[in-house]
Design a protein around this ligand. Sequence first.
Ligand SMILES: NC(=O)c1ccc[n+]([C@@H]2O[C@H](COP(=O)([O-])OP(=O)(O)OC[C@H]3O[C@@H](n4cnc5c(N)ncnc54)[C@H](OP(=O)(O)O)[C@@H]3O)[C@@H](O)[C@H]2O)c1
Length: 188
Amino acid sequence: MQRLLPDPGPTTVDEQLEGYRPWEEARGERPLVAVNFAATLDGRATIGGVSGPIGSATDTRMLAGLRTRFDAVMIGAGTMRAERYAEIGRRLIVVESGPLGPVDLPALLQTLGEEGVRALLCEGGPRLHASLQAAGLVDELFLTIAPKLSGGEHAPRIVEGELPAIAELELAWLLEEEGELFARYRRR
Ligand SMILES: NC(=O)c1ccc[n+]([C@@H]2O[C@H](COP(=O)([O-])OP(=O)(O)OC[C@H]3O[C@@H](n4cnc5c(N)ncnc54)[C@H](OP(=O)(O)O)[C@@H]3O)[C@@H](O)[C@H]2O)c1
């Protein structure tokens, strides 16, 4: 794997993640929130209804490595239904509407912070991502861009929902292996 930005040179998933310490950047009461997605070149977040066929084995290693850097993992109910979430070695929080309607995401993050969660990795899906972005609660975005075109009229993009404003991000790192790009963005 090559690191293209910053400081170009050879690297590995483990080496790259070794110095990544999101728990040191908790946002006061709430954890730092990073979101992870894989997408095709035509901007699709699923192939045949799931994310598995998008990324390579290196992408799987990156996700497994990322999980070790976070205190807990959060997903939406749609992702829970579509993907296999067995033992992931981290506390798993599944967000779904209750009888009172949608979950109050700022309040949920505050509660998680009080419970000692300092860094939270959200693994999607696109609608939970939109809810988090709309509430201004996403600090970082890990995006794997697979060198594939998949088409598909109903395949979602990585954000599916209204945002009150355009979210401006800056590129924190960019890695490459066999044409697949691994980007880490920070909210500006
Ligand atoms: N490419 C990738 O990296 C990637 C990553 C993750 C998922 N995916 C794919 O994305 C697809 C699922 O998409 P999706 O958008 O339906 O998934 P999702 O965001 O995981 O789930 C949507 C559901 O989450 C719940 N939700 C979201 N925000 C909420 C809030 N503020 N309060 C309460 N509940 C909330 C709702 O559940 P209820 O309707 O039950 O209330 C909503 O229907 C799957 O096909 C999966 O494979 C791809």
